[in-house]
Design a protein around this ligand. Structure first.
Ligand code: ATP
Ligand code: MG
Length: 219
């Protein structure tokens, strides 16, 4: 049987938006992933937590948004841990749940540019593949100079229609994937909601309703 391929898409998801969903759809297809787990963080390691909505609300919005996507599933692994989430710890837990799967860490280039600040990032890179996706406002090419670790030679920029086959997986560890990303960020959504503006075009309807019902992101 072919090894399962699982994508891990972490974030604060404060809130989840159509940019996340679009990016994950493209990655799922091009990597032939069986599943992508969306993993909201408990207390995000790289952000000041003043503006952070409760983990329970963020997880709930992820659950609602993913209902219509058969290949996507929410994971409460970090929220349940109730402590600061480190990728290395999360990855260890996922590996226990899916011992035979190939795992792919999916992240935007903005997040990848901070990789040097992650705890044990070399170790994370040894244990799973990375898929770095483009995002408006950031240059994918900057990923190449972002870190000088030992996996630097194992980076491959993946041209548009190409699918990652097993041969590429033997040679490379970090895939730079230009995607047709949407120019949407949770920061802008929170700003709009504070001003009482509509976010209908940026967030799935079920999430818009949830935000309204729970009075989230009010000033
Ligand atoms: P914030 O503005 O609060 O930082 P965000 O929109 O960046 O929110 P995050 O939860 O921080 O969302 O991002 C989770 C992951 O999704 C990160 O790896 C990020 O790079 C990626 N990502 C977020 N928005 C997009 C987008 N529009 N296109 C592609 N990737 C995205
Ligand atoms: Mg972000």
């Amino acid at each position: 049987m072919k090894e399962e391929r699982i994508g891990l898409f972490g974030g604060t998801f404060n809130p989840i938006h159509s940019g996340h969903l679009r990016a994950a759809e493209i990655v799922q297809k091009r990597l032939l992933l069986d599943k992508i787990l969306f993993i909201p963080s408990y207390i995000p390691p790289h952000k000041d937590s003043v503006e952070i909505t409760s983990p329970a609300h963020r997880l709930k919005m992820v659950e609602l948004a993913l209902r219509s996507y058969p290949h996507f599933a929410p994971s409460s692994i970090e929220v349940d841990a109730k402590e600061k989430s480190y990728s290395i710890i999360t990855l260890g837990k996922i590996k226990k749940l899916y011992p035979k799967a190939k795992t792919f860490f999916v992240l935007g280039v903005d997040a990848f540019l901070e990789i040097d600040t992650w705890k044990n990032h070399e170790n994370v890179l040894e244990q799973c593949f990375f898929v770095v996706i483009s995002r408006p406002g950031f240059q994918l090419i900057d990923a190449e100079t972002a870190f000088s670790g030992m996996h630097r030679e194992k980076m491959l920029e993946l041209p548009e229609p190409e699918i990652i086959n097993d041969d590429a997986l033997l040679k490379f560890r970090i895939f730079l994937m230009p995607i047709d990303a949407l120019n949407i960020a949770s920061t802008d959504i929170r700003k709009k909601l504070r001003r009482g503006e509509s976010v209908k075009t940026m967030v799935p309807d079920v999430v818009v309703s949830y935000i309204k019902e729970n009075n989230l992101y009010q000033s």
